[in-house]
Design a protein around this ligand. Structure first.
Ligand SMILES: Nc1ncnc2c1ncn2[C@@H]1O[C@H](COP(=O)(O)OP(=O)(O)OP(=O)(O)O)[C@@H](O)[C@H]1O
Length: 832
């Protein structure tokens, strides 16, 4: 484990502002930077120490030499490496990473240094690939291929986190890379703000993948692959100071948000491991890409840049606090090797041979193997747990999708039900109307005097036929454009919190309402045209409506069946979760075993020491060969015991211990137990023989007899202790056996559960398929119904026209009738 290397660099004051207050308020002494009030009084609360502090006169060459060089060299050796610049806008990040013509920055120096280094390594051959990307407004663009925009991040078991579709150029010399960088720079987003005429509006990541292998083509040689990331972050900015508006404002908001997430990640990582909760790497593309550099397996350095001007003091303090927290982060860098099968085999053989040499003639090997086996088992459990966890999460996601799908179906069915109810109601109305219009013998009584001029009034109760819109429609969410929803990010308060190490509540910064509605307009915004229809049913359509109704009932039944299956699936998943918890507990038990073994072993060591001390005290002639042999044996055994103790502590600390896995567990324990017993018994019997010998020679001498008694009692105490240790060992063995059995049982159960889950998965997918078919059926039904409604409307229109024509004709008939009548009256009056 090694800490991230953190340095601070103060840029020279801007020419137009210099000298603002005579001299800088920041004082640098060795690797410490502190804020001084005027008259040179230091402010104690604002004093920070880092790995390096570079003052205004420092050059990129010195920064590279002291901070980055080692990481670049390590990258050539196979370690992942990352260097990035962090700081407020215009504080000198790009100057540090890219540099100027006279003083090239870290990126250019690294490129040259990598090739110089490679030329010095004569026994390996190298393959270098480079890529250059930027994260602009939370979208990844390829700077080496402009057509590659909005690239996605993916995760792979072996490759880790990677950007899909990013162009990687294979290069053979430094100049080629520098040309590529120049071409990439052209595509980078820069913009002018009040703070910086050439301000980076995106985070850029220049990446070199360095692969190497031995030149002699030895099959035992592994391929080393390391990734070197050189990152120039965009600077945090206060909108009031940058005077940003329009595009610049949007960019500023995205920049501040991603830096805030980076700050959150650093905060969480700087907490002690116990307090550390979930690290929110996934909250931004930047933190996802930098994940290996932050708490991962890379060698990392951060250069935090600050502006010396007095009006930037608050921002500079924020940057220094960020740097202080970053300093607490530890990474676990290791050479990244890809081993071929042959290389792996050869390497393991060598390791085994080495161990054998080390522990030759001792039983420690058995213990070693045991330890290795145990650590392997633990690793296996942990991997299994991780895998099950991922599966479970996937399962839950599927469930949610299913739930969502079922809800949608429910809404549709409810709409259809409404429609059918509505149609029934209208049908009743129609029937009432028709029965009103019919004479008792079934004939239409259109000439009924009570209804003259007799136009049928289908609209009489039209308002009661209007069905209200579904909730889905009326409940459209108000969504604002994405940019406005980011308002929280860019305001100054939030910015200040960011700089003071405040952990932002990211939920506030989510785009949920706007984005959700943008992505699901079909679901949210779909109107339900049928339910707004104001139509009436005619008798000839009853049957069709009845058919539709029964179809809908069928669909409802099917939906209920699916719901039941879904509930079953939820239950099963819960069960799986319980099993997982049990498995975890088992793993904890197993993890505790090395501790217990270590204790038993320490006891064993004590007993052995007691035995040897007693033996030595029993022997009068210190120069005898027995004594020499005893001393020799004691030394060897003690050193062996110490080695084993170290191995145990390594296991407990979670380090890897080499060994072979050939023997079964119980055999190893048995061998150890027997060998310990034999050794101790032989030592004891020797000691007893010595005891008897001494006794026989000192017979009659009272003092010696007493001494003999004392020694005897000591020996019996030792014997008792030995028996106790032996029992403990037996118990441990039993415990291990029991744990192994329960683990096997659990594995079987997990297998069964997995099979069950798979079969449920299949059922679920079948159900989903059926649901889809049902949905399309429903769609068809809806279409039919639409057609029907249209037809009814047309009929209604026709009836209206007929009624109007009838009314006109009736009117003309009435007027004709009255005309005739008046004519007849006139004629009648004329007739004498
Ligand atoms: N150490 C330095 N020596 C000389 N000039 C510097 C130094 N650091 C920065 N500058 C100058 O200060 C100005 C701002 O620097 P730079 O563009 O590197 O800032 P930045 O932090 O990358 O800003 P932004 O985040 O807006 O991109 C530039 O004109 C740069 O040349």
């Amino acid at each position: 484990m090694e800490k991230i290397c953190v340095a601070v660099r103060v840029r020279p004051p801007a020419p137009e502002l210099s000298p603002e207050n005579g001299s800088s308020l920041w004082k640098i002494e060795d690797n410490r930077i502190s804020l001084h009030k005027s008259l040179d009084t230091p402010i104690t609360t604002a004093s920070y120490a880092f790995d390096h502090v570079f003052d205004e006169s420092s050059t990129n060459a010195s920064v590279y030499e002291l901070l980055t060089k080692d990481i670049i060299h390590a990258a050539v050796e196979g370690f992942n490496g990352t260097a990035f610049a962090y700081g407020q806008t215009s504080s000198g990040k790009t100057f540090t990473m890219t540099g100027s013509e006279t003083d090239p920055g870290i990126i250019r120096r690294s490129v040259r240094d990598v090739f110089e280094r490679i030329h010095l390594i004569s026994d390996r051959e190298f393959l270098i690939r480079v890529s250059y990307m930027e994260i602009y407004n939370e979208e990844i663009n390829d700077l080496l291929a402009v057509e590659n925009q909005r690239l996605q991040i993916h995760e792979h078991l072996e490759r880790g986190v990677f950007v899909a579709g990013l162009k990687e150029e294979i290069v053979s010399d430094a100049d080629q890379i520098l040309k590529l960088i120049d071409s990439g720079e052209v595509n980078r987003h820069f913009g002018e703000t009040n703070m910086n005429v050439h301000s980076s509006r995106s985070h850029t990541i220049f990446r070199m993948v360095i692969e190497s292998r031995g030149k002699d083509n030895n099959s035992s040689d592994a391929i080393r692959v390391s990734v070197l990331n050189l990152v120039d972050l965009a600077g945090s900015e206060r909108i009031a100071k940058t005077g940003a508006g329009g595009v610049r404002l949007t960019e500023g908001k995205y920049i501040n948000k991603s830096l805030m997430i980076l700050g959150n990640v650093i905060n969480k990582l700087s907490d002690s491991a116990k307090l550390r909760a979930h690290i929110p790497y996934r909250d931004s593309k930047l933190t996802r890409i930098l994940q290996p550099a932050l708490g991962g397996n890379a060698k990392t350095c951060i250069i935090c840049t600050i502006a010396p001007e007095e009006h930037h003091i608050e921002e500079s303090k924020g940057t220094l606090q960020f740097a202080s927290r970053a300093k607490r982060i530890t990474n676990c860098a290791q050479v990244n090797e890809i081993l071929t099968d042959a290389a792996l085999l050869k390497r393991q053989k060598l390791e085994i041979e080495e161990l054998r040499m080390k522990l030759q003639g001792s039983h420690a090997e058995v213990l070693e193997q045991e330890i290795f086996k145990l650590s392997n088992q633990m690793l296996k459990y942990e991997l299994e747990c991780e895998r099950l966890k991922t599966q479970l999460e996937e399962e839950r996601r599927k469930q949610k999708e299913q739930e969502h799908c079922i809800k949608e179906q429910q809404t549709k069915i409810e709409n259809l039900n409404n429609l059918v109810t509505n149609s029934d109601f209208k049908r009743n109305q129609s029937e009432d109307f028709i029965s009103l219009r019919k004479t008792p013998n079934g004939q239409c009584n259109v000439n009924d005097n009570s209804d003259v001029p007799g136009t049928p009034c289908f609209k009489s109760a039209s308002h009661s036929f209007v069905v209200s819109r579904s909730n889905n429609y009326s409940g459209l969410s108000d969504f604002s454009p994405m940019v406005n929803s980011l308002g929280d990010v860019a305001d100054e308060d939030t910015w200040m919190k960011l700089n003071k190490g405040f952990v932002a509540d990211l939920d506030k910064l989510q785009f949920t309402p706007a984005v959700k509605c943008q992505f699901t307009p079909a679901v949210k915004c779909q109107p339900t045209p049928l339910t707004t229809a104001t139509t009436e049913c005619l008798p000839e359509n009853y049957k069709e409506v009845e058919d539709l109704k029964s179809q809908i009932e069928l669909l409802n039944n099917e939906k209920e069946g699916l719901q039941v299956k879904f509930n079953e699936q939820v239950l099963l998943n819960n069960k799986l979760m319980e099993e997982m918890t049990e498995l975890k507990q088992e793993t904890l038990h197993i993890k505790a075993i090395p501790n217990r073994l270590s204790e038993s072993f320490a006891n064993c060591k004590d007993v052995y020491k007691d035995v040897t001390v007693t033996m030595q005290s029993l022997i009068a002639d210190k120069e005898s060969p027995t004594v020499k042999l005893l001393f020799g044996t004691t030394e060897i055994t003690t050193s062996l015991l110490s080695t084993l103790e170290t191995q145990f502590s390594m296991i407990i600390d979670g380090q890897k211990v080499g060994g072979s896995l050939d023997h079964p567990l119980s055999d190893q324990w048995e061998t150890l137990r027997v060998s310990l017993k034999n050794t101790t018994t032989s030592l004891l019997s020797d000691a007893q023989a010595q005891d008897e010998f001494l006794n026989s020679h000192n017979k009659g001498q009272e003092t010696s007899a007493l001494e003999g008694e004392k020694l005897k009692s000591e020996l019996s105490t030792i014997k008792k202790r030995y028996n106790k240790v032996e029992k403990e060992l037996c118990l441990d063995k039993q415990l291990l056996e029991a744990l192994r059995e329960s683990h096997e049982k659990l594995l079987k159960e997990v297998q069964l559960l997995k099979e069950e889950r798979d079969s449920l998965d299949i059922k679920l997918s079948q159900s989903t398929q059926r649901l889809r078919v049902t949905a399309s059926d429903k769609e068809n039904v809806l279409k039919d119904l639409n057609v029907e409604v249209k037809r009814r409307k047309e009929i209604e229109e026709e009836i209206k026209q007929i009624s109007t024509a009838f009314a006109t004709r009736h009117k003309s008939f009435v007027s004709f009738h009255s005309e005739i009548k008046s004519k007849m009256q006139k004629l009648t009056t004329r007739i004498p």
